[in-house]
Design a protein around this ligand. Sequence first.
Ligand SMILES: *[C@@H]1O[C@H](CO)[C@@H](O)[C@H](O)[C@H]1NC(C)=O
Ligand SMILES: *[C@@H]1O[C@H](CO)[C@@H](O)[C@H](O)[C@H]1NC(C)=O
Ligand SMILES: *[C@@H]1O[C@H](CO)[C@@H](O)[C@H](O)[C@H]1NC(C)=O
Ligand SMILES: *[C@@H]1O[C@H](CO)[C@@H](O)[C@H](O)[C@H]1NC(C)=O
Ligand SMILES: *[C@@H]1O[C@H](CO)[C@@H](O)[C@H](O)[C@H]1NC(C)=O
Ligand SMILES: *[C@@H]1O[C@H](CO)[C@@H](O)[C@H](O)[C@H]1NC(C)=O
Ligand SMILES: *[C@@H]1O[C@H](CO)[C@@H](O)[C@H](O)[C@H]1NC(C)=O
Ligand SMILES: *[C@@H]1O[C@H](CO)[C@@H](O)[C@H](O)[C@H]1NC(C)=O
Ligand SMILES: *[C@@H]1O[C@H](CO)[C@@H](O)[C@H](O)[C@H]1NC(C)=O
Ligand SMILES: *[C@@H]1O[C@H](CO)[C@@H](O)[C@H](O)[C@H]1NC(C)=O
Ligand SMILES: *[C@@H]1O[C@H](CO)[C@@H](O)[C@H](O)[C@H]1NC(C)=O
Ligand SMILES: *[C@@H]1O[C@H](CO)[C@@H](O)[C@H](O)[C@H]1NC(C)=O
Length: 676
Amino acid sequence: MKLHVLCWGKLGAFSLAGVICNSVEKKIYVNLNNTVPCVRLLNATHQIGCQSSLSGNVGVVHVLESEENLEWVLSSGPHPPYVVILDSPLFTRSVMMKLKNGSRRVAGIAVVAPNANPPEGFSPHTTCPNENTGVYSEDYDPIFAHCNITVWNPLGNGLSYEEFDFPIFSLKDDNETQVIRQCYLDHNRAANGTAPQYPLCAIELFSHMSAVTDTATCMRRNDINFSISPEIVCDPLGDYNVWASTRPLNNTAKGHKMWESVVIAAARLDSRSFFFDIAPGAESGVSGFITLLAAAHALRNATQQAPPNRTILYTLFQGVGYETFDYIGSSRMVYDMQNNQFAVDLNNVHSFLEIGQVGLRSDSKLWLHSDQLSRKNTSVNDEVCFSALNSISVGEVGFSQPLPPSSFQRFLRAKPIPGVVIEDHQSAFTNRFYASMYDNAEYLNVSYPSNLTLEEQLEWVTDTAQVLLLLTNIHKSTTADAKVNMLWWFLNQQRPVFLHTIMNFFCNLSANRSTNFYVGVNQHSSEPTLLVQYLLANLTGSTVNVTQDNCQNQREDEDDKESKHMYYYMWVQGAAPPNSTEREGFCTRSTVRLSKALSPAFELRDYTSKEYSTWTESRWKPFKGRIFLVASHDLEMLTLGIGIGVLLTSLLLTYIISSKADMLFSSGREPTNATY
Ligand SMILES: *[C@@H]1O[C@H](CO)[C@@H](O)[C@H](O)[C@H]1NC(C)=O
Ligand SMILES: *[C@@H]1O[C@H](CO)[C@@H](O)[C@H](O)[C@H]1NC(C)=O
Ligand SMILES: *[C@@H]1O[C@H](CO)[C@@H](O)[C@H](O)[C@H]1NC(C)=O
Ligand SMILES: *[C@@H]1O[C@H](CO)[C@@H](O)[C@H](O)[C@H]1NC(C)=O
Ligand SMILES: *[C@@H]1O[C@H](CO)[C@@H](O)[C@H](O)[C@H]1NC(C)=O
Ligand SMILES: *[C@@H]1O[C@H](CO)[C@@H](O)[C@H](O)[C@H]1NC(C)=O
Ligand SMILES: *[C@@H]1O[C@H](CO)[C@@H](O)[C@H](O)[C@H]1NC(C)=O
Ligand SMILES: *[C@@H]1O[C@H](CO)[C@@H](O)[C@H](O)[C@H]1NC(C)=O
Ligand SMILES: *[C@@H]1O[C@H](CO)[C@@H](O)[C@H](O)[C@H]1NC(C)=O
Ligand SMILES: *[C@@H]1O[C@H](CO)[C@@H](O)[C@H](O)[C@H]1NC(C)=O
Ligand SMILES: *[C@@H]1O[C@H](CO)[C@@H](O)[C@H](O)[C@H]1NC(C)=O
Ligand SMILES: *[C@@H]1O[C@H](CO)[C@@H](O)[C@H](O)[C@H]1NC(C)=O
């Protein structure tokens, strides 16, 4: 500890001290390894999220025991600023806003993520998701705008949309947290109300963000910086939508297609939570798109043998983040359809079926939501085509309600199209963990008897999958395959072998963690996009006997120039036969394509757009968190003083010596050529 203090006072004067300090530093600091921060996002008018100062924020550890205990942090504690350690029951709006307003005395917050979900529910999203970017507005059914009739997410506390000017990290509740708690108990705990003595346990959190103010500001900074050095401060949120059609569509010929009539079957791909990088989105995203994939699989045979009159367009939207970021993916597809940049246009769209949150619990009932204005409209009414859906446990919501937040709203904004949204709630969400880190496999109760092997687990039909089968049967398909038990693939930690066989070798699936459905920034397609792209191709496509070279060049043989317009070919690595380690790859032919899910606002360079999403994400340097002991400020000052004193003395001495050098060293200088 003393040596560390010496470091602070050394001012680089003695390189020897520097060497000692470096080796000592390693012993004093304990790096926190399992931390996830909250990051900075910007839209047309605001910045939200968190950040540290350029050099990181340091504060004395305070483990908050109750809300009353905040008083110590906000006023009475003698050693501010504090880094507050919160257990998840205290991670509430009330506590967070008090800390936000007392930010002069708060250096940062670390939230301990519990190992079990809080029974009372938790949602850091707003109560009215995507309030301003759906279809309801002053011009369209104003009575429904701003959740006037139905508050969709009553548990929402809005924390995800607040701005904090200190870092907030999430910690796993494991030995690491134990180290912090112990350090706090040993050094910082105020015994009987008396102030604890130095040295104190402190934490440094580093999560500096490059972008400030709003999207227009940071995009301007990007442009300026780019002309000097390619240094980017923020990136638009975005990724790729994944789509496929039951009948191949010429994807080279964009715009309206005569005679084509498509039914869009949609779900959303992404999710988010308060913290960057933890977005399991089990109910809010995965349940819906898994159902869609299962349905596509179940319908494959039927649609290949007797193509239906209408083409089904399976579409998975990215960046709608349960519409979190203002419908990035769906608004872009509508924009592309309006501008002849997509294989079909809006006039080709016959109707819309969206699968929203379908919790897939065995007791859950499903509800059909539709929009009264688009249904009132003309022939649309009897066209509300999915009357077949009126079976078994599906209920229909009356006209008295608006559509829940859904990608369909973005299509309705452009054109009155008949359609329905399937949800597991009649009015407010049944999801108690909407857009939070607790919306996970545990919440959906995806569990398997633990004595099954990995491959056996795949065959295991849980309650979840049974509801899912029910839903796919609604599509009047033949019997669906019990293997559609895919929820588990996405939500569990270990990836089944199957997934590796259908992917290309370069798709390095991240090991030992469940998939994160936070929509990334638009450089390349993210892991969920890749997974879903390959899965959809496997589930709806067919294998063709084509060489790897031809497959990768999008052709069936050397002379084939036409197929690439209609199909997409993917070489996948396949499995190794029993007595070999060499995998046997094969070529999958499908209609699966990616389309950009980048908000049109960035295409139009309209960074203050009211029509389109303007969300950007700041760039940052690697995050860091570490704990260490700090000495008293006075002691540091004393050491600093001594350091400066020593420095000044040595400077003075050097000056005296050099000015008197002639006198001091003259005798030694005379025989210049003798000593060498
Ligand atoms: C909200 O709904 C009520 C009826 O429930 C209606 O009287 C009122 O005008 C609505 N407010 C707006 C702003 O549309
Ligand atoms: C930007 O985000 C803030 C915080 O969520 C919100 O209040 C504001 O309305 C948003 N601005 C636009 C133009 O969407
Ligand atoms: C956590 O601590 C327990 C008991 O102190 C120990 O048994 C366990 O191995 C530790 N786990 C890790 C990952 O260090
Ligand atoms: C973090 O990892 C390093 C190296 O593996 C280890 O020395 C350190 O103790 C870990 N930190 C905590 C708090 O466990
Ligand atoms: C705190 O006070 C109690 C009773 O007032 C006393 O028994 C205890 O020893 C005190 N603890 C410390 C650390 O002073
Ligand atoms: C697809 O469209 C492109 C461009 O219009 C055209 O060159 C090609 O022949 C078409 N292919 C088929 C199979 O229709
Ligand atoms: C589709 O057809 C193939 C053979 O034509 C059959 O093996 C497979 O089980 C069928 N799949 C479904 C889901 O019906
Ligand atoms: C499909 O098209 C055929 C021929 O155009 C027509 O006879 C049939 O009624 C159509 N089926 C449906 C369900 O519209
Ligand atoms: C797993 O355990 C259950 C009961 O605990 C038993 O009924 C089942 O047969 C076991 N399965 C295997 C594959 O051992
Ligand atoms: C899907 O994956 C399975 C397992 O690797 C494979 O047997 C099957 O041929 C694949 N189907 C297609 C269409 O690629
Ligand atoms: C694939 O094509 C090659 C060359 O055309 C042929 O030798 C081989 O038998 C084919 N394989 C299958 C499974 O049809
Ligand atoms: C696997 O081994 C058997 C017997 O050793 C052999 O007959 C067979 O050809 C082998 N298969 C492959 C794909 O190498």
